[in-house]
Design a protein around this ligand. Sequence first.
Ligand code: NAP
Length: 229
Amino acid sequence: MVAAPLHLPELGADASREYRLGIMGGTFDPIHYGHLVTAEQAREALDLDLVLFMPAGRPAFKLDEDVSDAEDRYAMTILATAANSAFDASRFEIDREGVTYTIDTLRALREYYPDNVKLFFITGADAILDLATWHDAEGMAKLATFIAATRPGYDIDQARARLTNSGVAFDVRYIEIPALAISSTNIRERVSRGKSVRYLTSESVIGYIRKNGLYNRHVIERVDGAQAH
Ligand code: NAP
């Protein structure tokens, strides 16, 4: 194993068994219960030993969008995942210079871990739909199995057909996650309008959003005078 300053959790020590590492990729702006349920159900369904949450540094495909500071997104990820011993959070992508490409992360993890550690990249099905257009798609297909989290009603057959037609031999598993009715976009909008986001993400994340004025530069008072969560 290389002694790189990646600060990655140790895995793979027992050469006689296989380890399964989930990499939960996302912008996490902010992280919410939909993400946490996705990670937990992927862990259970695919018998993962650990799910490593990997907030994107400068997400590819979002270069012209406003994305919150990487340190804030990472801090919220730590807060939301802290209580689960099968979850961990990584600074790997936020510490990298330049645009975040998943292939770079997968290559680094593949080099870091021994061969008995299998990689599973978990993210939203809408992102997976475009997998074939990501940087070095062929390379990614060789390095990991992909887990696509879908919302109820998602057309999996169409997604499968699109990936099959791409000609790249991806191994993609789909998991339906009803809790993905929650979205980061909706949370940001609700915060900016002074609406409650309670029960959409953890109290610790809500506290962080409020304390740091994220998604809203002013603390908004509801009409009844109570502070919005
Ligand atoms: P996105 O386009 O913002 O998200 C697409 C959809 O998937 C949204 O509905 C989003 O909901 C959901 N989603 C995102 N991450 C999720 C997760 N981990 N679990 C469940 N649902 C999730 O996607 P993104 O955040 O930019 O990218 C997702 C991942 O793909 C990141 O790791 C990114 O680096 C990678 N990616 C790589 C490339 C490349 O290498 N060229 C290109 C695109 C994406 P929320 O908004 O509620 O999260």
